[in-house]
Design a protein around this ligand. Sequence first.
Ligand code: ZN
Length: 198
Amino acid sequence: MILNIIHYGHPVLREKGKRIERVTPEIRQLAADMIETMYAANGVGLAAQQVARPLMLTVIDVSQSEQPSELLLNGQPQEIAKHMPLILLNPRITDTKGEHHGEEGCLSVPGISADIRRAARVRVEAEDIQGNPLQIEASGLLSRALQHELDHLNGILFLDRADAATRASLAGRLKKLQKETLDALKAANKKTRLFATR
Ligand code: ZN
């Protein structure tokens, strides 16, 4: 099922994800729905916060991009396409190396992109959808996608990492986007209340 992707200004985007202690059928279904939603939106990654579920769960697929990536699993180099989509539970960055500037956008911040400084390489520890521990090392687009999605899981947006001049230049458009999001949220809540009182 394709889920609704929430936009900038929605308070859930600022929530830290709850740790997933047990892989239930609901979690497996949510991961499958998030993958479907990510593909439908032509994204390379999606965090649970973006579908209004503040959980430590993200999905990533960089295999369709022209930007190269490198992936090591438990220390062994891997063919990227074989491991996509990646489903990561409770991921955390345990090591970073170097730095890299690149243009970033976000499905929750439509129409806006910015140059963001990230680590060039990251090491991430997580669990897979079976609940087995996973150690990932990545560079290229996969490294950037991991850092972007793990930020989401902690309530951080790529915009928070843009330099001050970029943030200032985007302030007007972000304010407008936030208002649209909050107005839509208010309208939806009103509708829910109306139905609830019938
Ligand atoms: Zn994003």
